[in-house]
Ligand binder design. Structure first.
Ligand code: FPP
Length: 247
């Protein structure tokens, strides 16, 4: 029985987030430059987007470029940006055909002009789509997002629009990049690393974490199904006891 057949379609996670890791190691194993790994990682992006669309998952967030990734060698940063621009451009037709809506979180202003423009255009063109929300985390880090939210909230307080006494988790969340999205219920990281790496720290408070040794360019639909089956086999208690959940 394949993992797909084991999935209970009534208990799907609304939002899956993925830390796509291991592209560099995948390339190195083949005696190639790191960029070769990133290029092959695009096939995995396509696979998971297609699988999520077929299953009816509402949100898929991919950690494509972190704030810290700016510190990589210049040639790798340039190659990653070019790959993003090229991929967004070439996949636009497929996104529309599959009713996928493209969204982005992160410090988008810090991206290079051509990347920013390509992204904005694709977001605009797919804005009316009603299927999967494909969220690219670009120049993203959670600490940046939370600090930025605090700054925006402080400005609202300064201008008298918000009384500090009104601040609650719900009010604070409105200033996060993800304010319109449900929190991820399943967070996957590939490549055998057990870290969160500054990704969606606020939003994954109750997410189930799933780690796989598979390197990102090897990640296929069946791997996603396996992660979902694993998710569905867990008991999500949200701080309560097992007895409370199963009286
Ligand atoms: C991490 O692997 C991967 C990245 C920093 C970039 C991910 C980008 C893509 C898959 C390309 C295109 C994406 C989209 C959404 C179009 P790593 O380089 O850290 O690998 P390593 O840990 O083995 O060195």
């Amino acid at each position: 029985m394949s993992f797909k057949e084991k999935i209970d379609s009534k208990r799907l996670p609304k939002h899956i987030a993925i830390i796509m890791d291991g592209n560099g190691r995948w390339a190195k194993q083949r005696g190639e430059f790191r960029v070769f790994g990133h290029e092959n990682g695009v096939s995995s992006v396509r696979e998971v987007s297609e699988a999520c669309t077929e299953l009816g998952i509402q949100y898929l967030t991919l950690y494509a470029f972190s704030t810290e990734n700016w510190n990589r060698p210049k040639y790798e940063v340039t190659a990653l940006m070019e790959l993003l621009v090229k991929t967004i451009h070439s996949e636009l037709k497929t996104l529309n055909e599959n009713k996928i809506k493209l969204l982005a979180i992160g410090d988008i202003e810090s991206l290079e002009e051509n990347c920013k423009n390509e992204l904005r255009e694709a977001i605009q063109i797919t804005a009316g789509n009603t299927g999967l929300n494909l969220v690219l985390a670009l120049s993203y880090s959670s600490r940046w997002e939370i600090t930025n939210a605090a700054k925006c909230l402080a400005l609202e307080i300064k201008s008298g629009k918000i009384d500090p006494e009104q601040i609650s988790q719900e009010v604070f969340e409105k200033f996060l990049n993800t304010s319109e999205m449900p929190d991820p219920e399943l967070l996957i990281r590939t490549s055998g690393e057990y870290r969160i790496s500054n990704f969606l720290l606020w939003q994954i408070a109750y997410a189930e974490l799933y780690f796989t040794p598979k390197l990102w360019p090897d990640f296929r639909k069946e791997d996603l199904y396996e992660a979902i089956v694993d998710f569905q086999n867990r008991e999500r208690r949200f701080g309560m006891t097992s007895e409370q959940l199963n009286p």
